[in-house]
Design a protein around this ligand. Structure first.
Ligand SMILES: [Zn+2]
Ligand SMILES: [Zn+2]
Length: 124
């Protein structure tokens, strides 16, 4: 099982089985964080009506599209998990970026600043 993370508030909100989750997403594909808790998304909801239990926003940033020929660049159908982004198109987890300078190993919290640093890293 993987833990679904809200992309807005970064809180864990549900779990899912990567072998069972696919497009189009349905509430029944997600389970509560702990046994005995309420299901994270009501069974009558469509995917755009899913709400994070913490921030009450749609927990996905990516646009979802159920068409087969969707452009993965424009519609990155993915779920944020503890282990990185789970690609719904390809059924694999893309590990989180290792935000370390490839030359001096300095760590960054944001990719933008890492790229800036790498452009002019003294060890480059
Ligand atoms: Zn949230
Ligand atoms: Zn560096």
């Amino acid at each position: 099982m993987k833990t679904l993370i809200c992309e807005i508030c970064q809180q864990p909100i549900a779990t899912f089985d990567p072998d069972k989750v696919r497009l189009p997403l349905e509430p029944g594909m997600f389970e509560p964080l702990e046994v005995g808790m309420q299901p994270p998304f009501h069974h009558s909801l469509g995917v755009f009506d899913f709400r994070c239990g913490w921030c009450q926003k749609l927990p996905f940033v990516a646009e979802f599209n159920t068409a087969e020929d969707v452009d993965p660049e424009k519609f990155p159908a993915r779920l944020k998990t503890r282990d990185g982004y789970f690609s719904l198109r390809f059924g694999i987890t893309i590990p989180p970026l290792d935000l370390k300078c490839q030359y001096c190993c300095k760590e960054y919290k944001q990719e933008y600043w890492l790229r800036k640093h790498e452009e002019r890293c003294p060890k480059k």
